[in-house]
Design a protein around this ligand. Sequence first.
Ligand SMILES: CC(C)C[C@H](N)C(=O)NCC(=O)O
Length: 495
Amino acid sequence: MNVPVLPSILLLISTAHAFQYTELAQYIDSHQEEYVEALRDWIAIESDSSNVLKRAELHRMMDMTAQKLRLMGGTVELVDVGEQELPDGQTLALPKVVTAQFGNDSNKLTVCVYGHVDVQPAKLEDGWATDPYNLTDINGNLYGRGASDNKAPVLAWIHAVEAYQALNMELPVNVKFVIEGMEETGSNGLDAMIMAQRDTFFSDVDYIIISDCGWLSRRPALTYGTRGNCYFFAEVEGPKQDLHSGVYGGTVIEPMTDLIGILDTLISPSGTILIPGIREAVAPLSDDEWKMYQDIQFDIENHKNKTGVNQLMYNNKVDLLAHMWRYPTVSIHGIEGAFSDPGTKTVIPAKVTAKFSIRQVPNMDPAMVKKQVTDYLHSVFAKRKSPNKLKVTMVIGAKPWLADPQHPLYEAGKAAVNRVFNTDPDLIREGGTIPIARTFQDVTMKSIIMMPIGGFDDGMHSQNEKMSRFDSTGFLFHFRFLALSLFKRDNLETS
Ligand SMILES: CC(C)C[C@H](N)C(=O)NCC(=O)O
């Protein structure tokens, strides 16, 4: 998986061309307002990949991304990745994947930047202080759904290329982009596209850069692992329609009671996963990992403040980091069909569907997890002797990804961080999932580096998601970092 020239990166970085970097940084500083406006245009598009009713917006988002890259002179394609089958059997066109290429010099290395422009759902009434689709600047924080995850980081990379072009500086590497619109729902269609284009678009890619994650603290970070995700629907169906709880309550076995009963058997109050086989599969925590975690900057009080809880599951740093990054967890997200509006409707819902997910870690396997969860829930349900019907479906099966933080690519990343921030980065893992990371690694056999752009307090997926303009963890500052990381390869190439 090593790219042969990478071991020389460190040596080369030490000769970084300070003048070129300063010029790029100045250009980026002086174009800040344009970048914010570009982000504003992107945030205005409700490219929610989980809501099929928003699919037209998602298609528009992909077209807009392609158009931006085309206007910069890239060789751009909108790759058709087929259709998505919905749980009710209907099909829907998947958003096309945007690929782009800048430069085709066989003497240069080729980096491939991956990102996504779809977002999680967001509504003002969820508790946002501002309209999630109207980028709002409050004290240098740019609020909007997708600001951090992942529209600003994608734009950051695009604008880094654009800065080179505007300054008539030769790009130090060939740059390719793969930008998708289904990341938040499991990257549907992208695996097959990567496999299909392994020997074409990806054949000359030397390594892959992903900036779809955040720092852990105010200290810069490089990310070398992500958890995977198996997302389940558990549907319990009973009466032929919703019933009046006064008239029928006490005579029928309620689907919601069954559902809550089986959900309660997934995880104990103290966080132990109760599904047989899951915990046994997890790779043990090594002494080296334990030592690494000890050195990482992580403020427990800050984590409490960020989450707004007064008690965490563990009260020491190593346990908290380990359970955030390298142990699995079960989260219950919602119940479709359940009454959730304000007021006091007294219905017995006829059919309810729970949505829950299990974050995957090495050495868990989604196919195995699917079987373990399905078998377990059916056996628990059978013990209830309910006449209702249970259906369990796994709708996302994303694998975890883990890189070797000793790889030269990470040495280069560290040097870049040092060059810009004058400090070493923390080497961190990510509790969230980038579904395609593992496929990139397995299919292209290339190394991946994750260079987070998001701040530790950006609120990805949450209310008031933001990207900061000025913070050391922020939007503008990172452009310099990114420009540099392209620049480094210039040194690499002139060896
Ligand atoms: C912090 C994550 C890796 C960011 C990523 N875009 C994401 O949200 N993925 C989906 C997930 O549920 O983790």
